[in-house]
Ligand binder design. Structure first.
Ligand SMILES: [Zn+2]
Length: 89
């Protein structure tokens, strides 16, 4: 990637010019470095999927807690009614 400021040729992996420190990914004047609409959409999808995964992770934890509380309550109710019947006899 060629630096638009100082014309230094940097390797493709670099996002900052090795000579002048120019942010190469911010360069929109060179059409070769500009992201295509598909690339932007792909990046958006990745960001959305990342957020969705975080939400799902939290949702899963909430569901697990609700199910656990439900079972604890059910066992408690069953045990107390069982004991209640036992005491009645
Ligand atoms: Zn430069």
């Amino acid at each position: 990637m060629k630096c638009p400021r100082c014309k230094t040729v940097n390797d493709n992996m670099r996002t900052i010019c090795t000579k002048c420190g120019y942010y190469l990914y911010k360069n929109d004047s060179d059409p070769r470095t500009r992201m295509t609409k598909e690339q932007i959409a792909q990046m958006d999808r990745r960001i959305i999927w990342g957020k969705t995964k975080t939400v799902l992770k939290w949702l899963w934890r909430v569901i697990v807690i609700i199910v656990m509380v439900y079972w604890i309550v059910m066992i408690f109710l069953w045990a107390s009614s069982y004991l209640g019947v036992d005491l009645g006899f």
